[in-house]
Design a protein around this ligand. Sequence first.
Ligand SMILES: [Zn+2]
Length: 218
Amino acid sequence: MFKDITHAALSVVFPNRCPFCDGIVGAREYYCPECAASLRYIESGTVEPPHGLSELYACCEYSGAARNAVHRLKNGSYGYTAEAFGVMMTEVVGENLRGYDILVPVPSSFESILRRGYAPAEYIAREISRRSGVRVVEAISASDEKEEQKRFRAAERIVNARRSFVLSGGKAVRGKKILLIDDICTTGATLSSCAELLRNAGAAEVGGAVFAKTVGSA
Ligand SMILES: [Zn+2]
């Protein structure tokens, strides 16, 4: 409730924008109804989880307006885009959020954080946390630095094709039921790598939630 008052109050100074079309929306809105209606929603709210995850929630297919919004998120318009994703993802996971102990954002590479100045998944996780009360733990970081990787034991890092993930909050994940948060899931390799790292660190269970999932050749 408090959050919504802030959202409305801020809109006087900074009009709220729809992340799907970049148009201005009402003080109490996060996106325009036309855009929301154009998304290709995933009926059940869940898709086949990648290896190592117990379940994967996804709001919609990665196409059309959803694709535009993900691009906005990655290219600087993180505030209102993350807010809208957070609203939709909280709705999709719904009551099941209560079953999770912590939210862990999928980290951006150090290089992309330098380039963008922020990590998109972290913003989404913070929005979901504000609405659900489930806390965010930045348990994983990503690195492109080969030298840095050598400092970590194999059990504390996972290297996949794109990034090298390093466990940075080991104690905080032990015995916990964890929901990994990201903007998009394509092959699922990134989520699988993160889940493996968390399970190696003693996580009880790892699920995931993304805004959009690629379907077919999208
Ligand atoms: Zn719109």
